[in-house]
Ligand binder design. Sequence first.
Ligand code: SF4
Length: 273
Amino acid sequence: MKFDYSQNKLHDYLECPRRFELRYLLQRIWPAVHSEPVLEMEEQINNGKIFHLMAQQYFSGIHPDVILMQVENEKISTWWKEFLRFAESYNNLPHQSEVLISSKINNKSFIGVFDLLVYSPGEKNTIIDWKTNHLRPSRKNLEQHIQTRLYPLLLTSGGKQWNNNNEIQPDQIEMIYWFANYPDEPQSFLYSEQQYQSDLNFIKDLINQIETTNLGDFPLTDHQNRCNYCNYRSLCGRGSKPGSAEELDTLDLEFLYEEIEEIDMKQIGDIAF
Ligand code: SF4
């Protein structure tokens, strides 16, 4: 079976090896509410999805007023005004949105999706990620986050096509997070050779741990609070009641969105075919 590593998969492994095993190796489907209140969470997820689609349309050349006409949502309209202020300068540079990048790291396949890549062959390359969470994570949390460690690494190893067919060097890369609810407080991370080596070793160690663990031996997390937001909690005997969305870590909420999208896609596939 072809297995591509991604930030979601590695995030799950770091959160709980057993979750990684259940979700990706055993492909165990176990529907459950992730957090409460359910309607509020659904609304947040939908708003985030709509916003990402609007940003993609903007960077594909559609006029911002035309894009805004599609939505009647006060929150998204507010985000949109702030987004345009931030995005305009990048729209004048060579760019590509929703970039699917795949690459081999230590002979293993990895994939990622950049919300936006702004590139300049031989010079700087900027990966930009839109975040629509209520709360803004601390710089320290973001710095250690798997997305910040994996995406620049993917661009160095798999980004030749944006650099005249030459490998992109770590010091040519910047990663920026822009927060729709904190539009004047983006977080920028400049990449470096030292960070590249550190991230490469970190990812290699992680993959080695995963691939030397036998099925059935992936341990349950010691952090039981993580189980409150995990769909497998009843399967693992870690309770049945979902946690509160308010207490969920801001970055985890984002992963929850993506995971639910993945489950939706699988379910659509099952029904349609
Ligand atoms: S319920 Fe807890 S132990 Fe079980 S997979 Fe989820 S996070 Fe891991």
